[in-house]
Design a protein around this ligand. Structure first.
Ligand SMILES: [Zn+2]
Length: 129
């Protein structure tokens, strides 16, 4: 993988934002599918409208069920929310450890990355110790 470390252009950031929103939508689609399989008929119409965790909290669903289903994807959802927040803040694309630009190729594969590949490898090594 080549490494292109440079500031992102506005249109690139826009494309990553689009990609992140699509991934978020995909995750919620999976959550809705899981929920539809698990809840009673009276909730089916409601589930189809759910887009955020807060929506679920408002319904009188069995918390154990939806928390479990959301929890399984929580880390991904949070990573995406964090990346979107960084885009709004104008701080997107920089490694949160070394503050260098994350290479473009890495962001294309995983736009919610917060560390550059070097830092990620180092952190993985540290975690293994
Ligand atoms: Zn780094």
């Amino acid at each position: 993988m080549s490494k292109t470390r440079r500031p992102l252009a506005e249109n690139e950031i826009k494309a990553f934002k689009e990609q992140l929103l699509q991934e978020k939508e995909k995750l919620w689609e999976e959550i809705r599918q899981d929920l539809l399989d698990r809840v009673g008929e009276e909730y089916q119409d409601f589930i189809k409208t759910v887009k955020e965790e807060e929506d679920l909290a408002q319904a009188d669903l069995d918390e154990e069920i939806w928390l479990g289903i959301v929890e399984a994807r929580k880390a991904e959802l949070e990573a995406i929310a964090h990346a979107l927040w960084k885009i709004d803040k104008g701080d997107y694309g920089k490694c949160e450890r070394c503050r260098r630009w994350i290479c473009l190729e890495r962001l294309q594969v995983r736009p919610q990355s917060v560390y550059c590949l070097d830092c990620k490898k180092e952190l993985e090594q540290l975690n293994k110790l």
